[in-house]
Design a protein around this ligand. Structure first.
Ligand SMILES: NC(=O)C1=CN([C@@H]2O[C@H](COP(=O)(O)OP(=O)(O)OC[C@H]3O[C@@H](n4cnc5c(N)ncnc54)[C@H](O)[C@@H]3O)[C@@H](O)[C@H]2O)C=CC1
Ligand SMILES: O=C(O)C(=O)Cc1ccc(O)cc1
Length: 309
């Protein structure tokens, strides 16, 4: 059995993609949606991201059996509070946030009488807002579901079935382990991209024009990642602070080791490291869910994935 009435709170890239995917893959289900921004509500209605765009969050959830919060991590608690009075007693609460422990806590505190099973589709792009969504975003991508220790198994399997219906491969993890894994595979790479693009734009001896003109492969890929939504990523780092700082510490140590190898002319050290990472890249592509994953900088929807290292 799947969900009949799905409410989506936040109609940006994720919420819009879920709405479109439900229409394509679960055509029996009815969708309602709400976005805090009146402009986003209008755009969502114009694109038909959900069957009904509501004027309040409460109206959107009134008849829902599943509500999915698709707002920035820092807005999850407030968005959940807005539906507390209207949410039917048996409705399942979930989300798509990029960090899990802090969001699970915020949703649980805002909706203490409901079952909350957080999830994270590891699928996205650098684009945001109601124009960014597309129905195939989740196809052949991972969705990590992070149930609490004591969970309603029927609801868990319903949620797993929902994501599988949208084309995702589901993995179950604890929220804490999710946050550690994603800190290194997604959050740290974004921090590095934000840093290097900022550094390049701040140089005194190299002009902005030169940076743009000569932005060959490597730098260009970083600029795509560094174009990701500032609100969302501010919230990701603040909500996954401990795991990101742990990974950043390790990264800094490894970077310092390479810095030393360059300074002392230790070519073997550099070569060994680069050979090791090249093998990792190749094994990712070989067992990749989609060959398009290899194309890191591609801007079209089919080729963009989040699971890349
Ligand atoms: N962008 C990506 O590639 C991915 C994002 N995520 C997660 O998905 C969530 C949503 O991200 P996107 O869809 O990319 O962001 P987005 O910026 O495209 O959409 C978020 C929407 O939420 C709305 N909003 C903000 N506060 C609200 C509130 N209190 N009530 C109702 N609507 C509100 C905004 O107006 C916006 O339309 C985030 O938690 C993010 O961590 C997960 C996987 C990938
Ligand atoms: O565009 C990319 O490369 C991404 O990495 C998208 C993305 C952003 C945040 C997530 O939590 C998951 C995926």
């Amino acid at each position: 059995m799947t969900f009949a009435r799905i409410a989506i709170i936040g109609l940006g890239l994720q919420g819009g993609s879920i709405g479109l995917a439900v229409r394509e893959y679960l055509p029996e289900a009815r969708t309602t949606g709400y976005d805090l921004s009146p402009q986003h509500r209008a755009l969502a209605a114009a694109r038909g991201l959900v069957d009904t765009v509501c004027e309040t969050a409460a109206d959107a959830v009134r008849e829902a059996d599943l509500v999915i919060f698709c707002v920035p991590p820092g807005a999850m608690g407030m968005a959940a509070e807005q539906v507390r009075e209207a949410l039917p007693a048996g409705a399942l609460v979930s989300d798509v946030g990029s960090s899990k422990e802090a969001i699970a806590k915020a949703l649980g505190e805002a909706l203490p009488d409901h079952t909350v099973i957080p999830a994270h589709p590891v699928a996205g792009t650098e684009n945001s807002g109601p124009d960014a969504g597309f129905a195939h975003l989740f196809r052949n991508r991972w969705c990590i579901v992070t149930p609490p220790a004591k969970v309603d198994m029927v609801m868990l399997s319903q949620l797993v079935g929902f994501w599988e219906a949208l084309g995702a491969n589901v993995e179950i993890m604890t929220p804490g382990h999710h946050d550690l894994v994603l800190a290194v595979t997604s959050h740290l790479p974004h921090l590095i991209a934000y840093t290097i693009v900022g550094t390049a734009s701040d140089l005194e001896d190299v002009t902005q024009g030169e940076v743009i003109k000569y932005s060959a492969g490597g730098f260009r890929d970083f600029t795509r990642i560094a174009a990701s939504d500032p609100t969302m990523w501010r919230d990701v780092f603040l909500s996954n602070k401990e795991a990101v700082l742990t990974m950043l510490q390790r990264f800094t140590e490894d970077l310092t080791a390479l810095q030393r190898a360059i300074r002392v002319g230790d070519g073997d050290k550099l070569f060994d490291q680069f050979a090791r990472t090249r093998a990792i890249r190749r094994s990712i592509i070989e067992e990749g869910q989609d060959d398009a994953r290899a194309d890191f900088g591609r801007g079209d929807h089919e080729g963009v994935s989040a699971g890349k290292l």
